[in-house]
Design a protein around this ligand. Structure first.
Ligand code: AMP
Length: 400
């Protein structure tokens, strides 16, 4: 069954509570990158264009003590939102009480209000009570009482059961997905529940241990699983190959063997690597086939691996990519990730999905994102979704 979305709702003159993901990087009140605010604009704009009163809730960072609060106020976010929407946005420096309730009651159709960081509720009178993060039933009920409708557009927190997502939803007759959430459900949810074939997964990044759930789940669903990045060398070790000083998780070598046994020829490993004497962009480096020589560490896949992976990918109808192929943050070791990203951009018959976290950072930094079908906004949430887990934030959205 399909999920209810914002476009199914009658928004006119309604108080519309919206859980958005405004968890932006912020330092001394200055926003480092406003991508997440920009990403929430389509749903907010839709709500106000249809005469709704948009009441926005989001968390920002982690609040463990009263001292954390001033630096993690939502005020600068509300100001940035006002600039981006090109209209006034009311900021209420409270998460409950008469100041908030009065401000909501004064709203006109099409107005936008941002309330204070939902995680301010995690610390009360100096005590860490985690009302938001532990989904205090009274808090979700209270927030739900402030609105007529609830829209959840915060995919990044969908793997968490918090008062501002699951708590509100469980006290509302209906909860709808915003446009961002709808896209994540369609693409990431679709890839794991009813993938098109051939389906190729590309899994990279530093550690096998972080990705084991994803490897396991996608091995069952995909036709091929390509491995790259630092985790390659735990697989190399499991095959008895030399790995030099490359990243390895010794306690995961047996697991890597089990995965290889289960996967057979579904699993595709790099056949060459860019190796360096040190973990340093300026270190002496070269490309080698197979074994990693003593005194070197592998920091990227080599050109033969890129060609091999492209051959596996060329007929794919669906590609899910999670994790870079090398240390893309250093220009000398970014080539493998860049080449794979560029190649995915040429696959016009395939749905190409980037699964969040560092992979999203990689495609953005390397400028290859705009030719891909979907770049997930969630890190932990996309990983858990790809593991096939039910995300509480999504489960709490009503069916149509
Ligand atoms: P993850 O968060 O697991 O997706 O891992 C991303 C990180 O893995 C990035 O910061 C990369 O620099 C790092 N990484 C990728 N390949 C390697 C490698 N061969 N050796 C060490 N780190 C790597």
């Amino acid at each position: 069954m399909a999920k209810l979305t914002v476009s199914d709702l009658d928004l006119k003159s309604k108080k519309v509570l919206m859980r958005v993901d405004f968890n932006v990087p912020i330092k001394d009140g200055v926003i480092g990158n406003d991508n997440r605010i920009v990403a929430a604009l389509p749903t907010i704009q839709y709500v106000i264009d249809h005469g709704g009163k948009a009441i926005l809730l989001s968390h920002l960072g982690r609040i463990k003590s009263e001292d954390d609060k001033p630096g993690l106020s939502m005020r600068p976010v509300a100001e940035r939102l006002s600039n981006l929407l090109n209209k006034p946005v009311t900021f209420v420096p409270a998460t409950e009480g008469s100041q908030l309730e009065d401000a909501i009651n004064k709203m006109n159709d099409g107005d936008v209000l941002v309330m204070e960081n939902t995680r301010y509720e995690d610390v009360k009178n100096g005590e860490q009570v985690k009302r938001e993060s532990k989904n205090d039933p009274a808090l979700g009920k209270y927030w739900a009482s402030l609105g007529d409708l609830f829209i959840n557009d915060a995919f990044g927190t969908a793997h968490r059961q918090h008062a501002s997502n699951v708590g509100i939803a469980s006290n509302m007759p209906q909860t709808a997905a915003g446009f961002l959430m709808e896209k994540e459900i369609k693409f990431i949810g679709g890839a794991v529940s009813h993938p098109a074939h051939p389906f190729v997964a590309i899994l990279g990044g530093a550690k096998v241990s972080d990705k084991i759930g994803v490897i396991d789940n996608l091995l069952d669903k995909a036709d091929k699983v390509i491995i790259g990045g630092g985790m390659t060398y735990t697989f190399y070790a499991a095959k008895g190959m030399k790995i030099g000083n490359s990243l390895v998780e010794k306690d995961k070598i047996d697991l890597a063997k089990e995965i290889m046994d289960k996967a057979g020829d579904k699993l595709v490993l790099p056949i060459d690597s860019v190796v360096a004497e040190k973990f340093d962009n300026d270190a002496a480096h070269k490309t080698v086939d197979g074994d990693i020589p003593d005194g070197y560490m592998a920091l990227d896949i080599g050109p033969k691996s890129v060609a091999l992976f492209e051959d596996v990918l060329k007929d794919a109808k669906l590609v899910v990519w999670n994790g870079p192929m090398g240390v893309f943050e250093m220009s000398n070791y970014a080539e493998g990730t860049l080449e794979i990203g560029k190649f995915l951009g040429t696959l016009s018959d395939a749905t190409t999905i980037v699964g969040g976290g560092d992979s999203t950072a990689a495609v953005q930094q390397l400028g290859v994102g705009d030719k891909l079908t979907h770049i997930s906004t969630g890190g932990g949430a996309s990983l858990e979704y790809l593991e096939g887990k039910t995300l509480p934030g999504i489960a709490a959205i009503s069916e149509k």
